[in-house]
Design a protein around this ligand. Structure first.
Ligand code: IPE
Ligand code: IPE
Ligand code: MG
Length: 254
């Protein structure tokens, strides 16, 4: 799979043919603070976070987006208390179990980004089932980054390419950006045009380090459990107001 200019780079864009994004990535942050502000345990914030995810996927489908990637558990989130980690695993399972049939029938392809390392067997089985069940769908790609770290993903890609070289399948000089891109978990998915982070934090926290090279960053104050269609539309409006130059000159500057 080679990397070609995305529709938004060529101006062919989305449903209305304009500068509509091909791919939006979201760092769903602020569940804990949402719960704390209401005197609830953090797990309640995560439960509400799943509802926000459901709303957001539906909104994204509604407006004609083709690719949505959400960050739901990072390789660093293992540093949290075991009970919280288990609650997050339970919520992923509940989400997939409850929504898989509907998403599959709506033409959604589900992909899980990240490493299998350390994940319990039942999660791995469910993930395999969801991916296999929706593998032939193409109306909408929903990528769930779970047990995901951008650096870990890059290291795994480097290992794959190194063994291709060691086994004589390719020459070291044939490792190009396109080949590297294809060795990542996001193979076949265009780079994100927009990277949203909720909860007012201004960092990427190891999310899509390679793929977000030219993403427009949109930081929003809303806590993830309160996120919905209006926020998604607002982020797209912000994106549309930006000028993307990809290293070139501003339009009209030449
Ligand atoms: C995002 O909310 C969910 C995960 C990181 C798994 P947080 O749990 O990080 O919420 P805050 O940042 O503590 O408010
Ligand atoms: C990033 O949020 C990970 C997810 C949203 C899954 P964190 O809450 O873990 O990030 P930091 O610790 O504030 O950087
Ligand atoms: Mg957080």
């Amino acid at each position: 799979m080679t990397s070609v200019p995305t529709a938004s780079q060529t101006g062919e864009g989305g449903p209305d043919g304009s500068d509509f994004p091909d791919h939006i990535a979201i760092i769903m942050d602020g569940n804990g603070r949402w719960a704390k502000a209401r005197g609830f345990p953090r797990a309640v914030g995560h439960e509400r976070g799943v509802e926000a995810l459901r709303r957001t996927v539906e909104a994204a489908q509604d407006i004609g987006l083709r690719n949505l990637t959400v960050y739901s558990f990072s390789t660093e989130n293992w540093r949290r208390p075991v009970a919280e980690v288990n609650a997050l695993f339970g919520l992923l399972k509940a989400y997939v179990k409850r929504d898989l049939n509907r998403l599959a029938s709506e033409g959604v392809r589900i992909r899980i980004l990240g490493t299998r390392e350390g994940l319990p067997e039942d999660i791995l089985e469910l993930v395999d089932r969801a991916e296999a069940r929706t593998a032939k769908n193409s109306a909408f790609n929903l990528c769930i980054a779970f047990n995901y770290g951008g650096r870990e993903e890059i290291v795994r890609a480097a290992q794959k390419l190194a063994s291709d070289v060691a086994d004589g399948r390719i020459e070291a000089s044939e490792i190009t950006e396109d080949r590297f891109t294809a060795a990542l978990d996001t193979d076949g998915i265009p780079d994100p045009d927009i990277m949203i982070r909720t909860s007012g934090e201004f960092r990427l926290s190891n999310f899509l380090n390679w793929q977000a090279a030219y993403a427009e960053l949109v930081f929003m104050d809303v806590l993830w459990p309160d996120f919905g269609k209006s926020h998604l539309l607002e982020a797209i409006e912000i994106y549309r107001s930006r000028e993307r130059r990809f290293g070139g000159l501003a339009s009209g500057a030449a």
